[in-house]
Design a protein around this ligand. Structure first.
Ligand code: ATP
Ligand code: MG
Length: 250
């Protein structure tokens, strides 16, 4: 799983569609890689001005000491695994690679660097940053406007570089939606030669919660702690990670 002898793998959950799940999957997959699979990860948040991941890390650091249960959980986890939290850095799109190189220099060899990119392709430097990614995973959902926007992004990726390996995956799948609709869209994506991951992520309310609003249900979205088993179950995020890391490490 670990690839310390090589350059870290640059990964981005990206699409120009706002609110598709980019930041959520960046956090979930980075946390599973780092805290569960014991690889070394970092996140570079390039999504100015919202910086949602960097701000979430700040909130978590502020709230963790105030919540006894969370504090205990963090202490147990850190002493159990002897592993500190991963870096969450911010950088503009033009300075993101430099930041990645800076944090991976010297002894701090990393396996994976996750880039949370802005949702607009008009941002200066975004296209050349995209070209430097090793893998891009695009969350899509079965809605006409989302599909139009995602498809144009995925086709742009194909044109931009044959080096960047890009995949789409279904997110916010509603059990009531017709399988026919997914089959039709999958066929369309196949025609465009856009690979689609097998894992489908259901629409689940736990995505809306972060560790800062911790309840007894457990942890899901957190930059400091791994998702708890009960919260991971039925979210299919574990399957998503297996599929992603199998692709990357094959
Ligand atoms: N599978 C899901 N089920 C339910 N809610 C989800 C799911 N995936 C993402 N969401 C929710 O959708 C919203 C947008 O997700 P997120 O912030 O990760 O998207 P984004 O692509 O980073 O958005 P932005 O374009 O604003 O950066 C969040 O409230 C998140 O909790
Ligand atoms: Mg985001």
């Amino acid at each position: 799983m670990s690839n310390k002898n090589k350059k870290p793998v640059y990964i981005s959950f990206a699409t120009q569609k706002g609110g598709a799940g980019k930041s959520s999957f960046t956090i979930l997959v980075a946390s599973i890689a780092h805290y569960v699979l014991k690889c070394d990860a970092a996140i570079i948040d390039c999504d100015y001005p919202q910086l949602s991941i960097a701000n979430m890390r700040k909130r978590e650091l502020e709230n963790l000491p105030k919540n006894e249960t969370l504090k205990k959980l963090a202490v147990t986890k850190f002493s159990e695994h002897n592993k500190s939290s991963y870096a969450v850095e911010t950088a503009t799109t033009t300075a993101a690679i430099e930041m990645a190189e800076k944090i991976t220099a010297g002894q701090n060899k990393l396996d994976y660097v996750f880039f949370d990119l802005p949702g607009t392709v008009n941002q200066p430097g975004i296209l050349s940053l995209i070209q430097q990614m090793d893998y891009i995973f695009t969350p899509i959902s079965a809605d006409r406007t989302v599909m139009e926007s995602s498809l144009s992004f995925l086709l742009m990726l194909k044109q931009l570089s044959s080096e960047v390996k890009s995949y789409a995956f279904w997110n916010m799948v509603d059990g009531r939606e017709k399988t026919n609709l997914y089959n039709a869209y999958n066929k369309l994506l196949l025609e465009y030669k856009i690979p689609v991951l097998e894992t489908k992520i259901p629409y689940l309310l736990r995505f809306h919660k972060e560790a800062a609003d911790y309840s007894q249900e457990g942890i899901f979205r957190s930059t400091l702690l791994a998702p708890t088993r009960s919260m991971l179950s039925s979210s299919h995020v574990g399957y998503l990670c297996n599929e992603i890391f199998e692709i990357i490490n094959k």
